[in-house]
Design a protein around this ligand. Structure first.
Ligand code: DGY
Length: 321
């Protein structure tokens, strides 16, 4: 008998067909609407494998409903949407998709940094709104990137890829991480720095740490108060790592200069969120890994992990400890 699999969003045919070769597959057929919780609660009951996205909350009450579930394969490197501890207790494997999205996400992070520093969105809107009357000395002036100081919080794969890009802009590179990476310090000219000094000294602060109970609101009122008035904060990790109320206050009161945000505490962000009223915020809809090639590679890797787990092998990207 083929193992049963539920896929929580419409995926490219080539991926679904690959899974169908060895599994009985059912799928939430919509591309732009997440599977409703009550549908997922029904579907999870008798499947052997679940192929999920970061939009699904895979918590203990949901896992309790699963009778045969062996693996949840998440099509994302982050897996804060899954209660891994509860899954591990039930002997359910959890996998993610590291590696394949590193360069694409680093590209987007650097693009957001540049766009925020040089007010690209505001400038484009300025023309479209018919405001451009003349060249003027201080019109839409921003912050220099070349030769400035970049502080990276979270030196994993994406942090490393970002540092390589920043080195090409002659940036001074500071980082803070759970553990020091001395080889990388040599290779990339990075300086390990305590969190407060990083915040004080950086012109750009990029948040690239996973969301865990330890990193929740890591950037809060106190941390923002340490940053330079000219500093730019970039978050392409998870919204919950930065306290949005504190960020709004800091931006509004000129405690920091601007922010580029790809991720939010609540996604999609509410149109009432005050951050969207600020001209010095660039907000984009969680597109860090969104190149065509990378999203296909993520989908394929998640399928490979799922099939490995269902065939009794240890999946390549198992995250349970
Ligand atoms: C991830 O993979 O965790 C990103 O947030 C989406 O690619």
């Amino acid at each position: 008998m083929k193992p049963k699999v539920y896929i929580t969003r419409k995926l490219p045919d080539e991926i679904v067909n690959k899974i169908k070769e060895v599994c009985e597959v059912s799928m939430w057929e919509k591309e732009d609407i997440p599977v409703p919780r009550e549908v997922l609660e029904q579907e999870i009951k008798d499947v052997d494998g679940l192929y999920s996205l970061l939009t699904e909350t895979i918590d203990e009450p949901l896992l309790e409903k699963a009778k045969n579930l062996k693996i949840v394969s998440n099509m994302a490197v982050g897996y804060n949407n899954i209660d891994v501890e509860a899954a591990t207790k039930k002997g359910i494997m959890i996998t993610n998709t590291p590696g394949v999205l590193t360069e694409t996400t680093a590209d987007l992070t650097f693009a957001l940094l540049m766009a925020t520093a040089r007010r690209i969105v505001e400038s484009s809107n300025y023309i479209r709104e018919g405001k451009w009357e003349t060249w003027s000395p201080m019109l839409l002036t921003g912050q220099d990137i070349y030769g400035s100081t970049l502080g990276i919080i979270g030196m994993g794969r994406i942090g490393e890829a970002l540092a390589k890009r920043a080195a090409g802009f002659n940036m001074k590179l500071l980082y803070h991480n759970r553990s020091r990476k001395e080889e990388l310090e040599q290779e990339l000219g990075l300086s390990y720095t305590d969190m407060n000094s990083l915040l004080r000294e950086s012109d750009f602060v990029c948040v690239l740490t996973p969301l865990t109970p330890e990193t929740k609101n890591l950037i809060d009122y106190e941390q923002l108060a340490l940053m330079k008035e000219t500093a730019v904060l970039i978050n392409t990790a998870r919204g919950g790592v930065v306290n949005e109320e504190a960020l709004y206050e800091a931006l509004k009161n000129g405690e920091i200069w601007a922010a580029g945000l790809d991720v939010f505490e609540q996604e999609p962000i509410s149109m009432e969120n005050p951050l969207l009223s600020l001209p010095n915020v660039i907000a984009i809809p969680h597109i860090g890994s969104a190149s065509i090639t990378t999203r296909k590679n993520m989908a394929k890797l998640a399928a490979d992990n799922l099939l490995q787990g269902l065939s009794g092998k240890e999946p390549k990207n198992l995250v349970n400890q």
